[in-house]
Design a binder for this molecule. Structure first.
Ligand SMILES: [Zn+2]
Length: 157
């Protein structure tokens, strides 16, 4: 189950939330085009496009959060209103946007690699897979959003 907005009855839980909603309610910048948009690190936007390994020195900590919050810099617009609660600090909140970050985000690339490997090793052909997809009995929810045929150029990257 996925909520496209922050779950208002459980703002501190680990329920899924939309990145924009989470950034907004937690006091972070709401534009993902901004120089610093990430709730977890202070990696500049341009660097996030090429960085492939976590940089421990760019991670947000309670110490650098307090400094950045006071100067309203590095993507922090205001102090998180929930920080006044005992046993809570926004830096320890690790809720992510499962739909946008994973399902519609990086998993597309992982799945392409998996499909390419399976086709390349001869477990099945792309034609066979596309035929199975074409005759898949879609649910009412998915029937208006059919899966297009998968081409080798889509998975070979
Ligand atoms: Zn980050």
């Amino acid at each position: 189950m996925y909520f496209d907005d922050f779950e208002c009855c459980n703002p501190l839980g680990s329920k899924a939330g939309d990145d924009l909603g989470l950034n907004s309610i937690l006091g972070f910048n709401e534009s993902f085009q901004a120089s610093f948009f990430c709730r977890f690190c202070k990696t500049p936007n341009e660097m996030t496009k090429i960085q492939t390994v976590e940089d421990l020195y760019s991670l947000r900590t309670q110490i650098n959060y307090e400094m950045d919050m006071k100067s309203k810099s590095f993507g922090i617009k205001e102090e998180c209103v929930f920080n006044c609660l005992p046993s809570y600090h926004v830096i320890d909140n690790c809720s992510v946007d499962l739909m946008h970050d994973m399902l519609e985000g990086i998993l597309r690339y992982d799945m392409a690699q998996v499909l390419y490997y399976l086709v390349d090793k001869g477990y099945f052909s792309l034609d066979n897979l596309n035929e199975r997809i074409r005759f898949l009995n879609f649910s009412e929810v998915d029937i208006g959003n059919p899966i297009p045929p998968i081409k080798i150029k889509n998975i070979k990257k």
